[in-house]
Design a binder for this molecule. Structure first.
Ligand SMILES: Cc1cc2nc3c(=O)[nH]c(=O)nc-3n(C[C@H](O)[C@H](O)[C@H](O)COP(=O)(O)OP(=O)(O)OC[C@H]3O[C@@H](n4cnc5c(N)ncnc54)[C@H](O)[C@@H]3O)c2cc1C
Length: 444
């Protein structure tokens, strides 16, 4: 423990780092571990009191694409998984099923500790309760960030910055061009607060859900059971419940977690607008309470003794800003399995505009250029905020894919420092070679 406390004090005194990673979700962990493993002085800055991003607030949501086809996809992914799985099956369950054929369901308390440990193993420093609130930009190049803390603002100078905030906060503050939402009308995938229902008979619920699935006709969100009718009836009677939902067993005995359509019926809410975030938080706490109430009031089998156990720490944001980069990844790329000579990651999984559209896609490359913002130097995008169209953002936004683009951003940042060039000029052959040494199979 003494070491941990000393570690925190040292970080506080840090003013100059090689690589600053903003955000400690899957992309941030990938970037920080990737950069620190190369010996660069790396500092990860996270606004919350824990790490893991949506993975940690998901309360057992499946963490997809960490091991596509059951095979390791990088030493960075494995470094995190090694720490998680070391806790044993109390901490995780590995799932293989038709839809997400490779997923980890976790106890998020173990996940949060595993994230710290994986960073420490890599020699990465971190600072929590620190909101990156501005970027320091000189002559169109990022030189560091301003962090808002309880002690006041803190300036951190950095040779390179990786934006892993999900929302592209630092890219935006730095003046990089960004896009947001569906091209024609600005529609954003809904936000959702996941929640866990305890005291349930999981087997009966799963059976009931399967029966609903068999009985359903085709619907827009063509996955999972159709609780749609029950929810619609409930809404007519005044229950504040979402349009659709999907229940899955957690790793905790006698509980299920609920993923759902969040604010979809309540208009577009923007996760980069503080008023909308406030509305979303209020709405979704009501939704969680009312879903449990409805399931009990309707005597749905398995919920007789149910209670609301936990709601995610903040409303999960599926879609906000994307950087406009040197290449914009498209729906066509995702569907046709596009290949690029400067590929730095592969994306696996589904094209999934949350509770609006869900389709299979083809594994495809992410070109390095999709991490490189137009115009501004010394900063790279990663995870949810890389350069894509609205639909391509949804394609393969699974956490394993976000960690992969983070990893690439971390490695490219370090190489660009070593080559003494801006990240946009880094030799991508060397980036690919470094990633290959980190166990990333880019040629499959
Ligand atoms: C409701 C919902 C359901 C989903 N379901 C699944 C699923 O089943 N399986 C799956 O694999 N993926 C799922 N996803 C998608 C996946 O969770 C995200 O695409 C992924 O987490 C994005 O990773 P990221 O690291 O880019 O961002 P995030 O996970 O959002 O992490 C960003 C981190 O940055 C921090 N941060 C933000 N702004 C700042 C700032 N200014 N300063 C400092 N820190 C900051 C945040 O606190 C957070 O820790 C889901 C997402 C949502 C919202």
């Amino acid at each position: 423990m003494a070491n941990l406390i000393n570690g925190a004090r040292n970080v506080w005194e840090t003013q100059d780092v090689d690589v600053l990673v903003a955000g400690g979700g899957p992309a941030g962990l990938g970037a920080a571990i990737g950069a620190a493993r190369m010996g660069a002085r790396t500092l990860l800055v996270e606004r919350m009191g824990f790490l893991g991003g949506v993975g940690a607030i998901g309360l057992g949501m499946t963490i997809n694409a960490m091991r596509p086809d059951g095979k390791p996809r990088s030493l960075v992914h494995e470094a995190f998984l090694e720490r998680l799985t070391r806790f044993g099956d109390i901490a995780y369950r590995y799932e293989e099923n038709g839809l997400v054929d490779h997923a980890y369901v976790t106890n998020t308390e173990y996940l949060k500790l595993a994230a710290f440990q994986a960073l420490e193993d890599a020699g990465c420093e971190y600072l929590l309760h620190s909101f990156v609130s501005d970027a320091i930009v000189e002559r169109d190049a990022v030189r560091g960030v301003i962090v808002s803390t309880k002690s006041g603002p803190l300036r951190i100078n950095a040779k390179r910055v990786v934006d892993a905030t999900g929302d592209g906060d630092v890219l935006y503050f730095a003046g990089c061009p960004v896009a947001k939402g569906r091209e024609e009308d600005g529609f954003l995938s809904p936000m959702t607060s996941l929640f866990v229902i305890g005291g349930v008979d999981v087997d009966r619920i799963v059976g009931y859900q399967r029966a609903l699935e068999r009985d359903s006709d085709s619907e827009v969100h063509n996955v999972g059971p159709r609780w749609t009718r029950l929810l619609a009836d409930g809404r007519r009677e005044g229950y504040e419940v979402p349009e659709r939902m999907h229940l899955r067993p957690t790793v905790y005995p006698g509980s299920v977690y609920v993923n759902h359509a969040g604010n979809k019926l309540y208009g577009v809410l923007d996760g980069t607008n503080v008023n909308d975030l406030t509305k979303a938080e209020r709405l979704m706490r009501q939704q969680a309470v009312d879903v449990v109430r409805l399931l009990k009031d309707r005597n749905i089998p398995g919920f007789e003794n149910a209670y609301l156990e936990q709601v995610s720490a903040w409303a999960g944001v599926r879609e906000t800003r994307r950087v406009v980069g040197e290449y914009v990844l498209t729906e066509e790329d995702a569907k046709t399995g596009a290949r690029f000579p400067d590929a730095i990651a592969r994306r696996f999984g589904l094209l999934d505009v949350g509770y609006v559209r869900l389709e299979k896609m083809t594994p495809h490359d992410v070109p390095y250029r999709a991490l490189v913002p137009k115009r501004i130097d010394n900063i790279l995008a990663s995870g949810r905020n890389i350069s894509t169209t609205h639909v391509a953002m949804s394609a393969g936004k699974s956490m394993g894919n976000c960690m992969a683009t983070g990893h690439a951003a971390g490695v490219a940042s370090v190489l660009s420092i070593r080559q003494n060039v801006a990240p946009r000029e880094v030799n991508t052959r060397l980036v690919r070679e470094a990633l290959a040494r980190d166990g990333v199979p880019l040629d499959i």
